[in-house]
Design a protein around this ligand. Structure first.
Ligand code: UDP
Length: 310
C-alpha cells in the first residue's frame, strides 16, 4: 500500500484529498494543526483503519515513513492568513523546508500546493506558468504571496541540489463543501449572507474577476499530476477558466437561493487582484484534465453543505 502524507489534511482541499486517496486504496496520514481546519471535515474518515490523524504544525520537523507527500498546509483565506502574517510566512517557508527534508530522507515524491497568488495582480491575462507575476513584496497579502513564492524556490533548489522528486501545482480559487463557515472568502461570505437575507458585501465596484473551481475537480487534478513520472515537476496551473465578476457572482448566488438580500459596496482591500484566470493548457496536455463541475452545480452543493451545517 502506498503511504501518503497529506499536510493540512483537515482543510477544505486536504480533507477531500484524503477521502479520494483512501478510496484509491492508499494508506493516508493526515497532519494538521487545526489553525483553520475543522475536525468535522474528516469525521467520516476517523474509523478507517488506513487513515491516521496527527496533530502537528509543519513549522516543526517530523519523522515519518512515507512514499508521497501532498503539502497542503497553509491558511488560504486573506482574512486568516493576514491575522498572524509572521506565522503565515513560517508555515510556507519552514513548512516547505521540513516537508522537503522528509521527502529527501524517504526518497518520496512531494507535491506543493502553490497558488495563483504567485502572479499577484497580473499584467498577463490569462496567467501562464511562465509569467513571473506582479507581487507587492511589502503589502498585506505578501505574507502569503511571497511565502508561497519562496516555497516554490525551495522546491526547485531541493530538486536541483538534492534531486528531490518535486511537483508544483498553482491552485486558483477553489470552493465547495468543507469550506469554513467563517472562511471570509467570497463564496462562503456571499452564500451565508444570502441565506440569512443579509446585505451581500461586495468589495470595490464588483468588476474584479475570479474563476472558481469545484474542490473535487481540483483534487482530481492534484492526484493525476502526482501520478506523472519524475521528469515532470511543473509548475502547472489548476483552476477553472470561466471568468466571473464579483457582481455577477453575487447575482448568481442571490438567484440560486431566491434571496431577498441587497448588494452593499465596501472598500476594496489593498492589492486585491483585478483579474484572474488560469491558462490550463499545460495540465490539460499532460493528463487530459479540465474542470467538470458547473458553477451552478458546485454552488448548490456548497449551499447544501452550509444548510446541513446549521
Ligand atoms: N470579496 C468580496 N466580498 C467578500 C469577500 C471577498 O467582494 O465578502 C472579493 C475580494 O475583494 C476579491 C474576490 O472577492 O476581489 C475574491 O476574494 P477571496 O477572498 O475569495 O479570494 P482571493 O482570490 O482574493 O484570494
Amino acid at each position: 500500500m502506498k503511504k501518503i502524507l497529506v499536510t493540512g489534511g483537515v482543510g477544505m482541499i486536504g480533507s477531500h484529498l484524503c477521502r479520494r486517496l483512501l478510496n484509491e486504496g492508499c494508506d493516508v496520514t493526515c497532519l494538521d494543526n487545526f489553525y483553520t481546519g475543522n475536525m468535522r471535515n474528516i469525521a467520516d474518515l476517523l474509523d478507517n483503519p488506513y487513515f491516521r490523524l496527527i496533530e502537528h504544525d509543519v513549522e516543526k520537523p517530523i519523522e515519518l515513513a512515507v512514499d508521497e507527500i501532498y503539502n497542503m498546509a497553509c491558511p488560504a483565506s486573506p482574512v486568516h492568513y493576514q491575522k498572524d502574517p509572521v506565522k503565515t510566512v513560517r508555515t510556507s517557508v519552514f513548512g516547505a523546508i521540513n516537508m522537503l527534508e522528509l521527502a529527501k530522507k524517504n526518497n518520496a515524491k512531494i507535491l506543493q500546493a502553490s497558488t495563483s497568488e504567485i502572479y499577484g495582480d497580473p499584467f498577463v491575462h490569462p496567467q501562464t506558468e511562465d509569467y513571473w507575476g506582479n507581487v507587492n513584496p511589502i503589502g498585506k497579502r505578501s505574507c502569503y504571496d511571497e511565502g508561497k513564492r519562496c516555497a516554490e524556490t525551495l522546491y526547485f533548489d531541493y530538486w536541483r541540489q538534492y534531486a528531490v522528486r518535486i511537483k508544483i501545482v498553482r491552485i486558483f480559487n477553489t470552493y465547495g463543501p468543507a469550506i469554513s463557515y467563517n472562511d471570509g472568502r467570497v463564496i462562503s461570505n456571499f452564500i451565508i449572507q444570502a441565506m440569512h437575507g443579509n446585505d451581500i458585501t461586495i468589495y470595490g465596484d464588483g468588476s474584479q474577476t475570479r474563476c472558481f473551481c469545484y474542490v473535487e475537480d481540483t483534487v482530481d487534478a492534484l492526484v493525476k499530476f502526482m501520478h506523472l513520472d519524475d521528469s515532470v515537476t511543473g509548475p502547472v496551473n489548476v483552476g477553472n477558466t470561466i471568468e466571473i465578476s464579483m457582481k455577477e457572482l453575487a447575482e448568481t448566488i442571490i438567484r440560486l437561493l431566491d434571496s431577498s438580500s441587497k448588494i452593499k459596496y465596501l472598500p476594496l482591500p489593498e492589492n486585491d487582484p483585478k483579474r484572474r484566470r488560469p491558462d490550463i493548457s499545460k495540465i490539460h496536455d499532460l493528463v487530459g484534465w479540465s474542470p467538470k463541475t458547473s458553477l451552478d452545480d458546485g454552488l448548490l452543493n456548497t449551499i447544501k453543505y452550509f444548510r446541513d451545517f446549521q
